[in-house]
Design a protein around this ligand. Structure first.
Ligand code: BES
Ligand code: ZN
Length: 455
């Protein structure tokens, strides 16, 4: 860091965290728009004469996409795409936060707040890394920031449409950096070469017109809470995590021994995983090591379920409705569309047997699995500089998480993707007390400056 100050970085970070840019509900549409306007104004003010374009792209109900090109004065420079998402997850459960989720709080060596790790903190690092290079006159490259506002909502049709409509502007990008993941451990950098895909569903069932007295009607009703529990139980075995939908595993990649050997080099112990997650115990799938279970196999999880009376006290009622949200994580070579069809077919066959139940199922989000060969020059360049900065070797890894943009960039632009980041395993993304470790934050900024300067 040469020409930027820590206080201006923290000041910008604080302002960014204050926007409730939650993309999973339309309730926050105004906050999302305010957030993108704030980012746009910042670029216009700070990057002024170096800007080739700075524009907000819109598409139907999609959240705005901010595209910014920072030009170098040199010829033959490379153009680096820098991805980030300024939207965040909802803050609930609010009672479990020890600080205000929409206030940046620096305590115990961590920056706390919703989005600090996923992904506003990384946006801050990228913007200031480029700003530092510009201010000190060391910048040799062009940068195109692609900052989206609906990564967390999984509505990626919008992103793809908006990117395709701007393909001309983005056509000279040589490499995309996606810093929306974390480190293997403190001072142990990590580069991901694969992400799981995803497909999400919401199912709602109804059995009549209103809730009923459970004494008067008990035994005469298909209780939707029980029906939905039975449906959920048929999706997967909760103890082995084996998915029971026919055909679900048909396209799953068989991992080569070579790749398994590489992955096994950096596995975490059961104790570490328990400490990181706060779980009481872990489950093994197919008897493989715990830390590979979420990487090389698909999974299916209920994300939320509702029915009946859950307030304080008791109500002897038979609910009329029940619902469940669930998502499937996919590995290569599974296709979200194929899995969607399997789930819809399974659901139709299940409810056809129960004429007294009306159901509605909707697909909410989907993304293809992502894979890239990490033996490309940009990844190697990044790895070398990360190793210098953190004085530790880089872990090449697969992640169980999903970033739809990675596969979309690869498919549309056919350019290398570098997937890395600086948060720690206890960053609590999507959970209360989300945080970005302060030491890793500043070291991350220094490494990005080096990486972007020397491309
Ligand atoms: N940053 C995460 C993805 C991630 C998390 C990658 C952990 C690697 C490790 C991203 O913001 C995210 O949460 N994505 C969603 C996408 C979904 C809603 C389509 C996810 O994975 O749940
Ligand atoms: Zn996320």
């Amino acid at each position: 860091m040469y020409n930027i100050t820590k206080s201006e970085v923290v000041n910008f970070f604080s302002k960014l965290v204050e926007f409730k840019s939650i993309s999973t509900s339309q309730r926050y549409d105004k906050d999302v728009i305010d957030c993108v306007s704030f980012l746009k104004s910042f670029f216009e003010k700070e990057f002024k004469s170096n800007l080739e374009f700075c524009k907000v792209v819109r598409h139907k109900n999609s959240k705005p996409l901010l595209l910014v090109k920072v030009k170098s004065k040199l010829r033959n420079s490379k153009t680096v795409g820098v991805y980030g998402h300024y939207d965040v997850q909802p803050e609930d459960p609010i009672d479990e936060w020890r600080t205000n989720p929409f206030k940046l709080v620096n305590k115990n060596g961590k920056f706390y707040g919703r989005g600090t790790a996923d992904n506003k903190g990384h946006i801050v690092l990228n913007i200031f890394a480029v700003l530092d290079l510009l201010r000190s006159g060391r910048n040799k490259n062009n940068f195109v920031f692609v900052l989206e506002g609906e990564e967390e909502s999984g509505n990626e049709e919008g992103l793809e449409k908006m990117l395709r409509s701007q393909k001309q502007l983005l056509s000279d990008i040589d490499v995309f950096f996606i810093t929306d993941v974390g480190m293997f451990a403190r001072n142990r950098p990590q580069i991901y070469y694969a992400l799981r895909g995803i497909v999400c569903f919401e199912l709602e069932i109804e059995v009549g017109k209103r809730d009923l007295h459970s004494g008067v009607y008990g035994n005469l009703v298909l209780n939707p809470a029980h029906i939905i529990s039975d449906y959920i139980a048929r999706l997967k075995d909760p103890f082995t995590n084996k998915i029971k939908i026919k055909g679900f595993y048909d396209d799953v990649k068989r991992f080569s021994d070579d790749e398994l050997q590489i992955l096994k080099k950096n596995i975490k112990s059961k104790r570490d995983l328990i400490n990181e997650s706060g779980l009481f115990d872990l489950v093994k799938i197919n008897n493989i090591d715990f830390s590979l279970g979420s990487k090389i196999y698909p999974s299916l999880d209920v994300n939320g379920v509702w029915s009946g009376f859950v307030d304080q006290g008791f109500k002897t009622v038979i609910p009329v409705k029940a619902g469940v949200k669930f998502s499937c994580r996919l590995v290569e070579y599974q296709k979200p569309k194929v899995i969607e069809d399997l789930v819809l077919d399974f659901t139709e066959r299940y409810f056809n047997k129960h004429k007294g139940v009306q159901y509605k199922i909707r697909k909410l989000a989907s993304a293809e699995p992502f894979y890239t060969d990490y033996k490309n020059e940009f990844i190697q360049h990044t790895a070398n500089l990360l190793e210098k900065s953190f004085k530790n070797s880089v872990v090449y890894n697969r992640s169980g998480g999903s970033i739809p943009a990675a596969e979309i960039f690869q498919r549309i632009f056919s350019k290398p993707i570098v997937l890395t980041g600086f948060t720690l395993p206890d960053d609590n993304i999507h959970s209360p007390n989300e945080n970005f470790d302060e030491e890793m934050f500043w070291k991350g900024l220094d490494s990005l400056i080096q990486i972007y300067e020397k491309i």
